[in-house]
Design a protein around this ligand. Sequence first.
Ligand code: KG4
Ligand code: ZN
Length: 333
Amino acid sequence: MRILGIETSCDETAAAVVEDGRHVHSSVVSSQVDLHARFGGVVPEIASRAHVELITAVIAEALVEAGVLEMDDLDAVAACHGPGLAGALLVGVSAAKALALTADVPYVEVNHVEAHLYAAWLEEPDLEPPLAVLIVSGGHTMLVVMEGHGRYRVLGQTVDDAAGEAFDKVARFLGLGYPGGPAIDRLAVEGDPRAIPFPRPMLGDGPDFSFSGLKTAVVNHVRRNPDAAVADVAASFQEAVVDVLVAKLVAGAHEAGASTLVLGGGVAANSRLRTRVVEEAETRGKRVFLPPLALCTDNGAMIAATAWWRLRADGPTPLDAGAQPNLRLPTVA
Ligand code: KG4
Ligand code: ZN
């Protein structure tokens, strides 16, 4: 079964063709980073307009690359319907519904957070639940136990900024540009992660996260020490975030009796986080699964993969369904 997956929830216009939820035949991502960089963050109105301009070409490229030359070669069309920016989501949802109608195949709506979790299944279809999953992106920081397909228990989440948001805000303050995560990741390699003892917010304080105080600590430190080496600040900040993320993921796995750790979302591309999670897993005799870098940040393949599972569980989505900007992860009690 070949599914076209479309993703437009934020600033990436993406489409991919995936077979049976695991074989990626194409994955095209057109980033709008350059359009938003001068504003230091995503401007919703600019994002929606750019999606409208890019979506047709991105979908066409994904279809051609996958060798889908007739719409008959597709078995379903899926789009991310939330959470995300309302205007941006609507572009992908409308395109997917129009294509599904034209091709006379099912339309499937997909939850963006669930899709980040399924990026790991794309690479390793034999993962065995329960899994302890840490979803860390620009909009989300969630510690989730996946008990089975479509069965999630949220152990903890951020009470303020998301992890990626903290990276972006700190990078912006340090003058490192947007998006901040990759910039801090690169610079941190040249710095000393022990140079500045930034706080580890809520470490040992339950499964929830908080990053806004850490961001303020960085700002205060730099204002008091204007000569501090930026690489040391970046490395010390990153180490504080990673310490908290890794500790909570390991504690969550312990609580859930999960022997496999999984990362998902843009921050899962962070090199220090990846190294530390692998080290922790080895020490504790756990398996760890990290999606490849291209599947950590937003992409269409994760949407198509999730749609395959969702279609089998719930069937097609009615064509009068819309976008849901505040959509939550479906959870079991
Ligand atoms: O998953 P994603 O593409 O979009 C959302 O769903 O939010 O995540 C984007 C976020 C941004 O905040 C970006 O700074 C962060 O992921 N990010 C990183 C890295 N690459 C992307 N954060 C830390 N280190 C990275 N290498
Ligand atoms: Zn995302």
